[in-house]
Design a protein around this ligand. Structure first.
Ligand code: MN3
Length: 279
């Protein structure tokens, strides 16, 4: 698939007259509604961080590339992004059946829900929808839109141990984890504890706070609650039961610990560079 070419093709427009297009309006609506989790939705421009100069400050606002976020520029909407590995690649921590159900049913459902919400809100603006349902569809957009972005990011930050999953972060990411958490072990203990103790369904997050210039560990409830607007997630762990129940049943902490066997630290480091370029 020629997403690379597609992304490059879009880059100038995204920072210019894109606001005049319908697709850009849809994208901006989505971005506005999603809060912190939506940092990744700024697919516009994120590619610029990796491809060098010329795309301006917007290049650093997003987390995911258009391909990673499932953004279909031609259609002006989101699609279910493909996994960067097979369903059985993460067996060290997550079984293939769970991965397949999680991606092809749960994640796909969030994409559908997000698109439906955007379409219904557009109908309301056009006068053909039910205006009293703005609150309902806005809540749907937030939940499903955050669900989509969260999962798109989740798939990216894992890898088979054969393909670099597990181990330790290196370079600047390792230095920042040491600086901000007092060492990798303390970070790991904190991240596992935060993820394992989420009340109900939610997420454990490692985020970058651009104001403080430091990393933080946060919890998310459901897909979108407890988010801090403006921080950028670079690592997320889905702790909904659908993410682990087949293998781990109620042992959520064991699942959170196993997650460390498949974290793709080089990818997390890449995401850090997108949201917080060195220098
Ligand atoms: Mn999930």
């Amino acid at each position: 698939m020629s997403s690379h070419e597609r992304t490059d093709h879009r880059s100038p427009r995204d920072h210019g007259d894109a606001a005049a297009t319908g697709s850009a309006l849809s994208r901006r609506s989505a971005i506005a509604a999603l809060g912190a989790g939506a940092a990744g939705l700024a697919a516009a421009g994120v590619h610029g961080a990796a491809s060098g100069t010329g795309t301006g400050r917007l290049a650093h606002h997003g987390v995911l590339t258009a391909e990673e976020a499932g953004w279909d520029e031609a259609a002006g909407t989101y699609r279910l992004p493909e996994l960067p590995y097979g369903y059985d690649a993460l067996e060290a921590a997550i079984d293939a059946e769970t991965m397949e159900i999680h991606h092809s049913r749960h994640h796909a459902g969030y994409v559908r829900g997000m698109r439906t919400a955007l379409e219904e809100l557009e109908r309301i603006r056009a006068g053909t929808g039910e205006a009293r349902l703005v609150k309902h569809w806005s809540r749907e957009l937030s939940f499903h839109g955050a669900g989509h972005v969260n999962h798109a990011l989740f798939w990216q930050v894992m890898a088979s141990p054969d393909a670099g999953g597990g181990g330790r972060p290196e370079g600047r990411l390792a230095e920042l984890i040491d600086r901000d958490f007092g060492g990798f072990e303390r970070f790991q203990t904190h991240f596992v504890a935060a993820s394992a103790s989420v009340e109900g369904s939610g997420w454990g997050w490692l985020v970058w706070d651009p104001m403080a210039g430091r990393l933080m560990i946060t919890q998310g409830e459901k897909q979108q609650n407890l988010m801090i607007t403006g921080v950028a997630p670079i690592l997320g762990l889905d702790v909904w039961e659908h993410a682990y129940y087949l293998r781990y049943q109620n042992r959520r902490r064991a699942y959170c610990e196993s997650f460390f066997d498949v974290i793709n630290w080089s990818k997390v480091g890449e995401l850090l560079e997108r949201v917080a370029p060195a220098g």
